[in-house]
Design a protein around this ligand. Structure first.
Ligand code: ATP
Ligand code: MG
Length: 364
């Protein structure tokens, strides 16, 4: 059997800096755990534009379609601000998401005990928090037609359309139930069925997928506004939350802030199952290219390293190895190792990106 394949796209800004630490982690798994990955590396975003005049070449797109998983750093930066919209770095990422049809966006909100005081909430509300928000990523109000700004009588009207087909709801619901089966076996679906037709259909379809295919997973429904309130009040009541594109956008950003720093948050975007039964997948840190600190060795590599841990779990079926990596991160944080973005306690000296990598390798 051939080795699992991984396409690495470091991208721009701090992307290459944090990805260098992931490469060391991957090498460690090869050396110490005998896990060999077929790793290839390519350009995306501004880096690809500089070389090819486009933010993602057709060859790279083809490669992304063939591998078991794509791991991306970050794209964009001030150097590219004046480029035409069609070749902006972000378009590289959008093309990947669209052509791989990555409809299910997983955003974990996990709070390592050592960082619980970073949260805007009280320590006991967030310490040990471990939930995942599954956001539908390819449909809903951001894409629905008709859309536009039209003139009606003597004033202008801005129009967007919230639109979901049954099959779009079914596939993201399945993705959430599959995820829940590997975790706490609990899904909460959020919509606004009280005021939106798309919400009524959403609730109906999620319930049907549950009853027909996942009766053993505990399912509840919540209106998204009440859900937002509950997420801030007592987030540990949730395991997996599944919701649409718009509500997921808001709820996942709110959930992110429960845990503190942007430099800590991984994500996965999953599509339809491939021949091997596992979904098409792209993993990336939630943070962007952070031009303000790029090139200074200050970036926190943990979000990108935890994104690789998600790849181990969801694309390579190596949940134990993913846990090993997450435990190493937890240990390093418990030992007080901090990059500059994690400083809070007095008298702690920040470490560099590569020193954080050193510490994680040592803990492994
Ligand atoms: P984008 O538009 O790509 O999302 P952004 O400007 O909105 O980019 P980021 O690039 O994520 O957001 O940066 C937001 C802030 O967080 C910046 O001050 C940045 O330095 C900081 N930051 C982001 N990621 C990290 C990281 N891995 N380590 C340390 N600081 C980070
Ligand atoms: Mg941003």
């Amino acid at each position: 059997m051939s080795n699992p394949s991984l396409l690495i796209l470091p991208g721009d800004g701090i992307g290459p800096e944090v990805m260098a630490e992931v490469r060391r982690v991957i090498d460690w798994y090869g050396d110490k755990r005998g896990l060999q990955f077929d790793v290839s590396e390519d350009l995306v975003g501004g880096a690809a534009y500089d070389k090819h005049g486009v933010p993602l070449s057709d060859e790279t797109m083809e490669k992304a379609q063939e591998v078991d998983a794509v791991l991306l750093g970050a794209v964009g930066g001030p150097k590219y601000d004046d480029l035409d919209f069609s070749v902006k770095p972000e378009r590289g990422l959008l093309r990947l998401r669209k052509e791989m049809d990555l409809y299910s966006n997983l955003r974990p909100a996990q709070c390592f005990d050592a960082l619980a005081d970073f949260s805007s909430l009280k320590r006991d509300v967030v310490a040990g928090l471990d939930i995942v928000i599954v956001r539908e990523l390819t449909s809903g109000i951001y894409f629905g037609e008709p859309r536009g700004i039209i003139t009606e009588g003597n004033e202008r009207v801005g129009i967007n359309t919230q639109r979901y087909t049954e099959s779009e709801i079914e596939r993201v619901a399945r993705s959430a139930f599959e995820l829940a089966k590997r975790r706490g076996n609990k899904v909460c679906s959020m919509e606004k069925a009280n005021v939106m037709e798309s919400g009524i259909l959403w609730r109906e379809v999620v319930q049907k997928i549950h009853d027909d295919e996942y009766p053993d997973v505990e399912l509840s429904h919540m209106y998204a506004d009440a859900g937002a309130m509950q997420l801030c009040r007592w987030p540990k009541q949730f395991d997996v939350i599944v919701t649409d594109n718009l509500f997921g956008d808001l709820l996942s950003d709110a959930a992110a802030m429960l845990t503190g720093s942007l430099g800590m948050l991984p994500s996965a975007s999953l599509g339809a199952p491939m021949a091997n039964g596992r979904p098409k997948a792209l993993y990336e840190p939630v943070h962007g290219s952070a031009p303000d600190i790029a090139g200074q060795g200050k970036a926190n590599p943990i979000a990108c390293i935890l994104s690789f841990a998600m790849a181990l779990r969801y694309s390579f079926d190596l949940g134990d190895e993913a846990k090993r990596l997450e435990d190493a991160v937890e240990k390093v944080l418990a030992d007080g190792v901090r990059t500059a973005d994690l400083l809070g306690e007095e008298g702690v000296q920040p470490v560099t990106t590569s020193q954080m990598g050193d510490a994680i390798l040592k803990a492994l």
